[in-house]
Design a protein around this ligand. Structure first.
Ligand SMILES: CC1=C(CCC(=O)O)c2cc3nc(cc4[nH]c(cc5[nH]c(cc1n2)c(C)c5CCC(=O)O)c(CCC(=O)O)c4C)C(CCC(=O)O)=C3C
Ligand SMILES: [Fe+2]
Length: 361
């Protein structure tokens, strides 16, 4: 290994180091009815998600012909990033690989190595810290490099970007657009729920935990500020564990009931915890939450996600520039934005440690 690459986020600290490629590392999703169950089995292997929950989730996918939009959305976003890189004269081929479905990141890394890539940046499709949003992508990096063995490219993961001005601006405009459809609506931010034990472990132990939920609250505050929204809520969606295990609450659907009971007549939901309109966004929000609002006679609009905004490609290129030319890291908050490490190292000792899961669901 190149000694100069040792260390954590070596952004600018060791002079210029070159990169041969960018690996776009995402979650993956099925692209046909027969792919749904094998995909779900990959996602939940060893994670104590009850079988009934899997069958229920597979129905959500089958409702869309077994096709999650996530791969298409990633391919579109990659095309935009490639165009942006090219227009700025940055010669960095982009490769696409997933944790749970084809193209599997193991195969992508093998392809990269065969093409002569020795050192690559990695863009994980999550803006946040926490086990599921950050550390699990580090585990992916360790796994795919081990699968390849000696000669695996060095992989430097890009940092968390939940408070990047371009991320915040894209969401703020989406909220403003949704508010045009439902003027005066209550704005509700949502993010993927996680077990409270996982959120308690999020961040380095010295920080006292909850890095994920704190960053979600901070992103919501920044988006609301930029959109000129004075009052808003932060709630959670898509919980999947067994009922006796506590997850972050309230759930978006229960929250709509509560807002209705308080006399609120319109809601705008902003999925600030995600970068794209993948299946959990369109099912849990556009179906379940929208339906509940309709039952209460409430007006409902959902704000879009940033990946289709031209500023998203700009954001990715800016994160790349932090490495290739020591560009300043733009941040709107003083919250830590970690995530940038070499070859899947954790951000700090015991950062976002995975929680022991029940052996049997
Ligand atoms: C924090 C977080 C993000 C945001 C950060 C990031 O984006 O990475 C995220 C994203 C996503 N989650 C997704 C899908 C699923 N997540 C599941 C299960 C779980 N997610 C969790 C957390 C998160 N998940 C957790 C703690 C579990 C429990 C099991 C475990 O500890 O691993 C399950 C299992 C079935 C079920 O829902 O029970 C599915 C199918 C898709 C793809 C959707 C598509 O196909 O378009 C995406 C982008
Ligand atoms: Fe998930």
């Amino acid at each position: 290994m190149t000694p100069a690459l040792r260390g954590r986020c070596h952004n600018g600290k060791m002079g210029r180091v070159g990169y041969d490629a960018l690996l776009w590392l995402s979650f993956g999703g099925p692209e046909g009815p027969d792919e749904v169950m094998p995909f779900l089995e990959n996602v939940t292997r060893g994670r104590g998600v009850p079988r009934e929950r899997l069958l229920e989730v597979s129905e959500h996918y089958q409702h869309f012909g077994g096709v999650s939009p996530i791969n298409r959305l990633n391919r579109d976003a990659i095309a935009a990033v490639e165009a942006k890189l090219a227009s700025e004269g940055l010669d960095l081929p982009v490769y696409f690989g997933n944790r749970n479905w084809k193209p599997m990141a193991e195969d992508t890394l093998a392809e990269m190595a065969a093409a002569g890539v020795r050192r690559a940046l990695v863009f994980p499709t999550s803006a946040y810290g926490g086990y599921s949003a950050c550390r699990q992508y580090d585990e992916d990096i360790v796994r795919i490099r081990e699968a390849l063995g000696a000669g695996a490219p060095d992989l430097v993961k890009l940092r968390q970007f939940f408070d990047h001005p371009l991320f915040v601006a894209a969401f703020a405009d989406a909220v403003k657009e949704a508010l045009v459809k439902v003027p005066g609506a209550r704005v509700v931010f949502t993010a993927h729920s996680v077990p409270t034990s996982a959120d308690n472990n999020a961040g380095p132990p010295s920080e006292g935990g909850n890095r994920y939920s704190k960053q979600i609250h901070e992103a919501a505050r920044l988006v609301a500020l930029e959109a000129g929204v004075a009052e808003y809520d932060v709630v959670w969606q898509s919980r999947s564990g067994p009922p006796q295990v506590p997850w972050l609450e309230p759930d978006i659907v229960d929250h709509i009931d509560a807002l209705h009971a308080d006399g609120v007549t319109g809601v705008v939901v902003c999925p600030v915890g995600f970068v794209s309109d993948h299946l959990e966004v369109i099912w849990d929000l556009d179906n379940e939450a929208a339906e509940r609002a309709e039952e209460h006679g409430m007006a409902f609009a959902r704000a879009g996600t940033p990946d289709t905004d031209p500023r998203f490609a700009e954001l990715v290129v800016e994160l790349v520039r932090e490495h290739v030319e020591n560009a300043p890291a733009r941040k709107l908050s003083r919250f830590p934005a970690a995530g940038c490490t070499l070859n899947g190292e954790p951000c700090a000792i015991a950062c976002c440690e995975p929680v022991k899961r029940p052996a049997k669901a």
